[in-house]
Ligand binder design. Structure first.
Ligand SMILES: Nc1ncnc2c1ncn2[C@@H]1O[C@H](COP(=O)(O)OP(=O)(O)OP(=O)(O)O)[C@@H](O)[C@H]1O
Ligand SMILES: [Mg+2]
Length: 304
Protein backbone atom coordinates (compact mmCIF):
# COMPACT_ATOMS: atom_id res chain seq x y z
CA UNK A 1 0.00 0.00 0.00
CA UNK A 2 2.96 2.37 0.49
CA UNK A 3 3.45 2.95 -3.26
CA UNK A 4 -0.04 2.62 -4.59
CA UNK A 5 -0.06 1.38 -8.15
CA UNK A 6 -3.08 3.51 -9.01
CA UNK A 7 -1.68 6.93 -8.02
CA UNK A 8 -0.77 8.08 -11.52
CA UNK A 9 -4.01 6.67 -12.97
CA UNK A 10 -6.18 8.74 -10.62
CA UNK A 11 -3.77 11.68 -10.49
CA UNK A 12 -2.79 11.32 -6.83
CA UNK A 13 0.50 12.80 -5.68
CA UNK A 14 0.47 10.38 -2.72
CA UNK A 15 -1.45 7.33 -1.67
CA UNK A 16 -4.68 8.64 -0.11
CA UNK A 17 -5.30 5.58 2.06
CA UNK A 18 -1.97 4.74 3.56
CA UNK A 19 -2.43 2.90 6.85
CA UNK A 20 0.34 4.69 8.72
CA UNK A 21 -0.76 7.25 11.32
CA UNK A 22 0.31 10.31 9.32
CA UNK A 23 -0.81 13.71 10.72
CA UNK A 24 -0.45 15.17 7.22
CA UNK A 25 -3.66 13.34 6.34
CA UNK A 26 -5.48 14.30 9.51
CA UNK A 27 -9.23 14.58 9.31
CA UNK A 28 -10.36 16.85 12.12
CA UNK A 29 -13.60 15.28 13.30
CA UNK A 30 -15.02 17.01 16.39
CA UNK A 31 -13.94 14.11 18.60
CA UNK A 32 -10.40 13.97 17.16
CA UNK A 33 -10.19 17.74 17.58
CA UNK A 34 -11.36 17.45 21.17
CA UNK A 35 -8.99 14.59 21.97
CA UNK A 36 -6.02 16.55 20.64
CA UNK A 37 -7.08 19.68 22.51
CA UNK A 38 -7.37 17.62 25.71
CA UNK A 39 -3.93 16.09 25.23
CA UNK A 40 -2.36 19.51 24.68
CA UNK A 41 -4.29 21.06 27.55
CA UNK A 42 -3.29 18.18 29.82
CA UNK A 43 0.39 18.67 28.99
CA UNK A 44 0.22 22.44 29.45
CA UNK A 45 -1.67 22.31 32.72
CA UNK A 46 1.06 20.11 34.27
CA UNK A 47 -1.32 18.15 36.42
CA UNK A 48 -0.19 14.59 35.79
CA UNK A 49 -1.87 11.68 34.05
CA UNK A 50 -3.87 11.79 30.85
CA UNK A 51 -5.58 8.73 29.41
CA UNK A 52 -6.70 8.28 25.78
CA UNK A 53 -8.72 5.20 24.91
CA UNK A 54 -10.49 3.94 21.81
CA UNK A 55 -11.28 0.79 19.87
CA UNK A 56 -8.71 -0.67 17.50
CA UNK A 57 -8.08 1.57 14.48
CA UNK A 58 -9.98 4.65 15.68
CA UNK A 59 -6.99 7.02 15.56
CA UNK A 60 -5.20 6.95 18.94
CA UNK A 61 -1.67 6.70 17.51
CA UNK A 62 -2.55 9.36 14.93
CA UNK A 63 -3.51 11.70 17.78
CA UNK A 64 -0.25 10.93 19.55
CA UNK A 65 1.66 11.69 16.35
CA UNK A 66 -0.12 15.06 16.17
CA UNK A 67 0.81 15.68 19.79
CA UNK A 68 4.40 14.75 18.99
CA UNK A 69 4.42 17.43 16.25
CA UNK A 70 3.11 19.94 18.79
CA UNK A 71 5.75 18.97 21.36
CA UNK A 72 8.50 19.20 18.74
CA UNK A 73 7.29 22.65 17.68
CA UNK A 74 7.21 23.78 21.32
CA UNK A 75 10.60 22.19 21.97
CA UNK A 76 9.17 20.17 24.84
CA UNK A 77 11.24 17.12 25.78
CA UNK A 78 9.35 13.87 25.51
CA UNK A 79 9.80 10.12 25.39
CA UNK A 80 7.48 8.05 23.19
CA UNK A 81 7.18 4.40 24.15
CA UNK A 82 5.21 2.42 21.63
CA UNK A 83 6.22 -1.10 22.59
CA UNK A 84 4.43 -1.70 25.85
CA UNK A 85 5.21 -5.39 26.35
CA UNK A 86 8.21 -4.55 28.49
CA UNK A 87 9.73 -5.60 31.74
CA UNK A 88 10.35 -2.74 34.21
CA UNK A 89 14.07 -2.90 33.30
CA UNK A 90 13.32 -2.59 29.58
CA UNK A 91 10.88 0.20 30.28
CA UNK A 92 13.52 2.29 32.07
CA UNK A 93 16.05 1.56 29.37
CA UNK A 94 13.69 2.63 26.58
CA UNK A 95 12.69 5.77 28.42
CA UNK A 96 16.36 6.64 28.95
CA UNK A 97 17.04 6.19 25.23
CA UNK A 98 14.11 8.31 24.21
CA UNK A 99 14.92 11.14 26.64
CA UNK A 100 18.52 10.72 25.57
CA UNK A 101 19.65 10.45 29.19
CA UNK A 102 23.42 10.25 29.60
CA UNK A 103 23.75 7.48 32.14
CA UNK A 104 24.03 3.73 32.49
CA UNK A 105 20.69 3.03 30.84
CA UNK A 106 20.55 -0.47 32.22
CA UNK A 107 20.63 0.77 35.81
CA UNK A 108 17.23 1.90 37.10
CA UNK A 109 18.90 4.01 39.79
CA UNK A 110 21.06 5.80 37.25
CA UNK A 111 18.12 6.38 34.95
CA UNK A 112 16.04 7.81 37.77
CA UNK A 113 18.85 10.17 38.80
CA UNK A 114 19.40 11.34 35.24
CA UNK A 115 15.66 11.77 34.68
CA UNK A 116 15.33 13.78 37.85
CA UNK A 117 18.17 16.06 36.72
CA UNK A 118 16.48 16.56 33.35
CA UNK A 119 13.09 17.28 34.90
CA UNK A 120 14.46 19.80 37.39
CA UNK A 121 16.53 21.51 34.69
CA UNK A 122 13.55 21.79 32.36
CA UNK A 123 11.28 23.03 35.15
CA UNK A 124 13.80 25.74 35.99
CA UNK A 125 13.58 26.86 32.38
CA UNK A 126 9.80 26.99 32.65
CA UNK A 127 9.33 23.84 30.60
CA UNK A 128 7.72 20.50 31.23
CA UNK A 129 8.58 16.98 30.05
CA UNK A 130 6.23 14.36 28.69
CA UNK A 131 6.18 10.57 28.74
CA UNK A 132 3.87 9.04 26.14
CA UNK A 133 3.05 5.35 26.28
CA UNK A 134 1.06 3.93 23.36
CA UNK A 135 -0.61 0.49 23.52
CA UNK A 136 -0.71 1.00 27.29
CA UNK A 137 -3.38 -1.68 27.72
CA UNK A 138 -0.51 -4.17 27.33
CA UNK A 139 1.54 -2.77 30.20
CA UNK A 140 2.26 -5.19 33.01
CA UNK A 141 1.18 -4.34 36.54
CA UNK A 142 4.83 -3.88 37.50
CA UNK A 143 5.47 -1.33 34.79
CA UNK A 144 2.22 0.48 35.57
CA UNK A 145 3.34 0.73 39.17
CA UNK A 146 6.69 2.23 38.08
CA UNK A 147 4.82 4.72 35.91
CA UNK A 148 2.60 5.64 38.84
CA UNK A 149 5.70 6.38 40.91
CA UNK A 150 7.13 8.56 38.12
CA UNK A 151 3.88 10.51 38.27
CA UNK A 152 4.69 11.45 41.86
CA UNK A 153 7.63 13.63 40.89
CA UNK A 154 6.50 17.18 41.48
CA UNK A 155 7.37 20.58 42.83
CA UNK A 156 5.09 23.29 44.21
CA UNK A 157 3.95 24.42 40.78
CA UNK A 158 2.88 21.03 39.54
CA UNK A 159 3.99 17.69 38.20
CA UNK A 160 7.44 17.54 36.66
CA UNK A 161 6.51 14.78 34.22
CA UNK A 162 3.26 14.69 32.26
CA UNK A 163 2.28 11.12 31.50
CA UNK A 164 0.00 10.10 28.63
CA UNK A 165 -1.32 6.55 28.46
CA UNK A 166 -3.09 5.56 25.25
CA UNK A 167 -4.67 2.21 24.57
CA UNK A 168 -7.66 0.08 23.77
CA UNK A 169 -10.70 0.10 26.06
CA UNK A 170 -9.12 -2.67 28.18
CA UNK A 171 -6.89 0.08 29.53
CA UNK A 172 -9.88 1.74 31.22
CA UNK A 173 -10.85 -1.59 32.72
CA UNK A 174 -7.27 -2.19 33.88
CA UNK A 175 -7.16 1.20 35.55
CA UNK A 176 -10.35 0.30 37.39
CA UNK A 177 -8.58 -2.54 39.21
CA UNK A 178 -8.37 -2.00 42.98
CA UNK A 179 -4.55 -2.27 42.89
CA UNK A 180 -4.37 0.72 40.58
CA UNK A 181 -6.73 3.06 42.41
CA UNK A 182 -3.84 5.33 43.37
CA UNK A 183 -2.97 5.79 39.72
CA UNK A 184 -6.63 6.23 38.79
CA UNK A 185 -7.02 9.05 41.29
CA UNK A 186 -4.21 10.92 39.57
CA UNK A 187 -5.79 10.90 36.12
CA UNK A 188 -6.74 14.49 35.34
CA UNK A 189 -7.84 14.13 31.73
CA UNK A 190 -9.61 11.29 30.03
CA UNK A 191 -10.54 11.24 26.39
CA UNK A 192 -11.90 8.54 24.14
CA UNK A 193 -12.27 7.98 20.43
CA UNK A 194 -15.27 6.30 18.85
CA UNK A 195 -15.87 5.16 15.28
CA UNK A 196 -16.90 7.94 12.88
CA UNK A 197 -20.54 8.80 12.19
CA UNK A 198 -21.76 8.27 8.57
CA UNK A 199 -21.34 11.91 7.50
CA UNK A 200 -17.93 12.02 9.19
CA UNK A 201 -16.83 8.90 7.34
CA UNK A 202 -17.73 10.58 4.03
CA UNK A 203 -15.88 13.75 5.04
CA UNK A 204 -12.94 11.59 6.17
CA UNK A 205 -12.68 9.89 2.77
CA UNK A 206 -13.07 13.20 0.92
CA UNK A 207 -10.40 14.86 3.08
CA UNK A 208 -7.93 12.08 2.31
CA UNK A 209 -8.68 12.12 -1.41
CA UNK A 210 -8.34 15.92 -1.49
CA UNK A 211 -5.04 15.79 0.41
CA UNK A 212 -3.75 13.22 -2.10
CA UNK A 213 -4.65 15.47 -5.04
CA UNK A 214 -8.35 14.98 -5.85
CA UNK A 215 -10.19 18.00 -4.40
CA UNK A 216 -13.62 17.15 -5.83
CA UNK A 217 -13.71 13.41 -5.82
CA UNK A 218 -15.79 11.55 -8.36
CA UNK A 219 -14.57 7.99 -7.77
CA UNK A 220 -16.95 7.02 -4.93
CA UNK A 221 -20.68 7.58 -5.48
CA UNK A 222 -22.92 8.26 -2.48
CA UNK A 223 -24.10 4.63 -2.70
CA UNK A 224 -20.51 3.37 -2.46
CA UNK A 225 -19.83 5.80 0.40
CA UNK A 226 -22.83 4.41 2.26
CA UNK A 227 -21.61 0.83 1.79
CA UNK A 228 -18.07 1.80 2.81
CA UNK A 229 -19.48 3.19 6.02
CA UNK A 230 -21.69 0.18 6.70
CA UNK A 231 -18.88 -2.31 6.10
CA UNK A 232 -16.20 -0.40 8.02
CA UNK A 233 -18.63 0.73 10.71
CA UNK A 234 -16.84 4.05 10.67
CA UNK A 235 -13.48 2.69 11.82
CA UNK A 236 -10.80 4.76 10.04
CA UNK A 237 -8.32 1.90 9.56
CA UNK A 238 -10.98 -0.28 7.95
CA UNK A 239 -12.13 2.63 5.78
CA UNK A 240 -8.53 2.96 4.55
CA UNK A 241 -8.18 -0.76 3.93
CA UNK A 242 -11.44 -0.99 1.97
CA UNK A 243 -10.94 2.25 0.04
CA UNK A 244 -7.40 1.36 -0.96
CA UNK A 245 -8.42 -2.07 -2.21
CA UNK A 246 -11.42 -0.61 -3.96
CA UNK A 247 -9.19 1.84 -5.84
CA UNK A 248 -6.87 -1.01 -6.83
CA UNK A 249 -9.84 -2.94 -8.24
CA UNK A 250 -11.24 0.12 -10.01
CA UNK A 251 -7.82 0.75 -11.56
CA UNK A 252 -7.42 -2.91 -12.56
CA UNK A 253 -10.81 -2.80 -14.31
CA UNK A 254 -9.80 0.44 -16.03
CA UNK A 255 -12.84 2.23 -14.65
CA UNK A 256 -13.09 5.77 -13.29
CA UNK A 257 -15.80 5.09 -10.74
CA UNK A 258 -15.96 2.36 -8.12
CA UNK A 259 -19.11 0.29 -7.77
CA UNK A 260 -20.75 -1.68 -4.97
CA UNK A 261 -20.07 -4.87 -6.96
CA UNK A 262 -16.34 -4.08 -6.85
CA UNK A 263 -16.64 -3.46 -3.11
CA UNK A 264 -18.34 -6.84 -2.73
CA UNK A 265 -15.35 -8.44 -4.42
CA UNK A 266 -12.92 -6.57 -2.17
CA UNK A 267 -14.81 -7.61 0.97
CA UNK A 268 -14.85 -11.20 -0.21
CA UNK A 269 -11.10 -11.16 -0.84
CA UNK A 270 -10.49 -9.64 2.58
CA UNK A 271 -12.99 -12.04 4.13
CA UNK A 272 -14.55 -9.08 5.83
CA UNK A 273 -17.59 -9.44 8.02
CA UNK A 274 -19.98 -6.65 8.93
CA UNK A 275 -23.42 -6.64 10.52
CA UNK A 276 -25.82 -8.13 8.03
CA UNK A 277 -23.22 -9.65 5.71
CA UNK A 278 -23.80 -13.21 4.54
CA UNK A 279 -20.69 -14.36 6.26
CA UNK A 280 -21.80 -12.66 9.48
CA UNK A 281 -25.28 -14.21 9.32
CA UNK A 282 -23.78 -17.65 8.76
CA UNK A 283 -21.29 -17.10 11.55
CA UNK A 284 -24.00 -16.09 13.99
CA UNK A 285 -26.17 -19.07 13.32
CA UNK A 286 -23.26 -21.45 13.77
CA UNK A 287 -21.41 -19.78 16.59
CA UNK A 288 -23.49 -17.86 19.04
CA UNK A 289 -21.71 -14.99 20.67
CA UNK A 290 -23.02 -12.54 23.23
CA UNK A 291 -20.35 -10.02 22.27
CA UNK A 292 -21.04 -7.26 19.81
CA UNK A 293 -19.76 -8.23 16.40
CA UNK A 294 -17.03 -5.90 15.17
CA UNK A 295 -16.17 -6.02 11.50
CA UNK A 296 -12.95 -7.82 10.86
CA UNK A 297 -10.96 -9.63 8.24
CA UNK A 298 -11.83 -13.14 9.34
CA UNK A 299 -9.82 -16.31 9.05
CA UNK A 300 -11.52 -18.95 6.95
CA UNK A 301 -13.84 -21.22 8.89
CA UNK A 302 -13.09 -24.80 7.91
CA UNK A 303 -15.64 -26.20 5.55
CA UNK A 304 -16.90 -22.69 4.83
N1 LIG B 1 -8.61 11.63 12.36
C1 LIG B 1 -7.96 10.92 11.43
N2 LIG B 1 -7.54 11.52 10.30
C2 LIG B 1 -6.89 10.83 9.35
N3 LIG B 1 -6.59 9.53 9.43
C3 LIG B 1 -6.98 8.88 10.55
C4 LIG B 1 -7.67 9.54 11.60
N4 LIG B 1 -7.93 8.64 12.57
C5 LIG B 1 -7.42 7.48 12.14
N5 LIG B 1 -6.85 7.62 10.93
C6 LIG B 1 -6.21 6.58 10.12
O1 LIG B 1 -6.74 5.33 10.52
C7 LIG B 1 -5.70 4.35 10.64
C8 LIG B 1 -5.65 3.82 12.06
O2 LIG B 1 -5.29 4.88 12.93
P1 LIG B 1 -4.36 4.65 14.20
O3 LIG B 1 -3.23 3.75 13.87
O4 LIG B 1 -4.06 5.98 14.76
O5 LIG B 1 -5.41 3.88 15.14
P2 LIG B 1 -5.21 3.32 16.61
O6 LIG B 1 -6.42 3.74 17.38
O7 LIG B 1 -3.89 3.73 17.14
O8 LIG B 1 -5.26 1.75 16.36
P3 LIG B 1 -4.68 0.55 17.28
O9 LIG B 1 -5.66 0.38 18.40
O10 LIG B 1 -4.65 -0.64 16.37
O11 LIG B 1 -3.32 0.97 17.74
C9 LIG B 1 -4.41 5.06 10.19
O12 LIG B 1 -4.22 4.83 8.85
C10 LIG B 1 -4.71 6.52 10.39
O13 LIG B 1 -3.98 7.31 9.50
MG1 LIG C 1 -2.22 2.62 17.71
Amino acid sequence: MQNAIYNAYFGFAENPFNISPDPEFLYRSPQHEEALANLIYGVRSRKGFIVLTGEVGTGKTTMLECLRDYLDAQRIEFAFIFNSRLTPEQFFEMMAYDFDLRCDRKSKTDVLFALDTLLVEQTQRGRTCVLIVDEAHNLSWDVLEEIRLLGNLENRQGKLLQIILAGQPELDRKLDAPDLRQLKQRIVQRCSLNPLAPEEATAYIETRLARAGMPNQTVFSSEVMEELYKRSRGIPRLINLLSDNLLVTTFAMEERRSTVAMLDEVCQDLRLEWPGSNRDRRGRSRYRSSEEHMPEASVPISGD
